[in-house]
Write a protein that binds this ligand. Structure first.
Ligand SMILES: [Zn+2]
Length: 301
């Protein structure tokens, strides 16, 4: 069962963001000051009904970031967009009332995924950090490691087979990387989140090589919601993988780009399988709420 709401409230999101940026005022302050955002602003909602899992595919332009809030209020951040999205990321966390992140996963060292993570780690209270065992000599990666070190945190290795403790009612399983390679994308941490009858597969930039390894690992890949690998590049979402996942809904985290993402090949493949597709470039932030039985999908526009 699915209910969908579309709300045109981008302007309120940005007002809030500028308010935070320029005056440093908090969301609470803004609300208390009598600025009635009106019914429309509720696409950014701090309210969460009991028993709900919220998975937010944050619009960070060409890049990726997913914020998850569990039924008991535990939080998880997977990736944080590019370097130039740092302030936006902090704005999102503040808007959603997130002051503590129980789990932080940097799927792989590419800038469009971990670029904004250093500032998030500097500014937010952090529980555990997971990243795959793959190195990068970029400034972005170095800066993330510095933030982690400065905070006194240790990086745990992201790899297939891990069960992450997050919320008693939600299973969080890591399905990749299942093998070792020096290819960053194929070292992406892939996470499957299961709550009741509902499931999400969050794939980072995993490409066909990693998809093959996941298939061969014998892990249960079936999921209703698929984060389409590598922004809809044709090097990911192979027919075999898509067949194993059999998603009902797919989200493509994509913004303006010169790579041709998402590719027609992948859009056609998803259409052929009758998968309902949501995109950050067309719909802004996409929020999928699960009550353990069905989904409610809320898009920013
Ligand atoms: Zn990427």
């Amino acid at each position: 069962m699915i209910r969908q709401k579309t709300r045109r409230t981008l302007v309120w999101g940005y007002l809030l963001w500028f308010c935070v940026l320029i005056t440093g005022c908090s969301l609470e302050g803004w609300e208390a000051a009598g600025g009635q955002p009106g019914e429309n602003a509720s696409w950014i909602s701090k309210e969460q009904d009991e028993g709900q899992l919220r998975v937010l595919f944050l619009d960070v332009g060409q890049g990726a970031s997913q914020l998850l809030i569990s039924p008991s209020g535990h939080t998880m951040l997977i990736d944080a967009g590019n370097n130039d999205k740092e302030d936006e990321m902090l704005g999102y966390l503040q808007a959603y009332g997130v002051r503590h992140l129980d789990l932080v996963i940097g799927t792989h060292p590419d800038a469009d995924h971990i670029g904004g993570l250093d500032r998030v780690i500097d500014r937010v209270d952090i529980g555990q950090v997971y990243m795959p065992k793959v190195q990068s000599n970029t400034k972005t990666f170095e800066s993330l490691l510095t933030s982690i070190r400065n905070k006194g945190l240790k990086v745990k290795t992201a790899k297939a087979g891990l069960d992450l403790a997050w919320d008693e009612q939600v299973q969080v399983k890591m399905l990749a990387p299942a093998t070792s390679t020096d290819d960053n994308n194929n070292m992406s941490a892939v996470v499957k989140v299961t709550y009741g009858d509902t499931s999400f597969l969050l794939t980072g930039d995993a490409e066909s090589e990693s998809e093959r390894a996941m298939l061969e690992s014998g892990a249960n890949l079936r999921a209703d919601v698929l984060l389409v690998g590598h922004h809809g590049s044709k090097s990911s979402t192979t027919a075999r993988f898509l067949n194993a996942v059999k998603p009902k809904y797919a989200v493509i985290q994509v913004g303006e780009n010169s790579y041709g993402h998402p590719t027609k090949t992948i859009l056609d493949r998803l259409a052929k399988q009758k998968v309902e597709v949501y995109r950050n470039d067309l719909q802004g932030t996409v929020e999928i709420v699960s009550d353990g039985k069905g989904y409610q999908i809320i898009t920013e526009r």
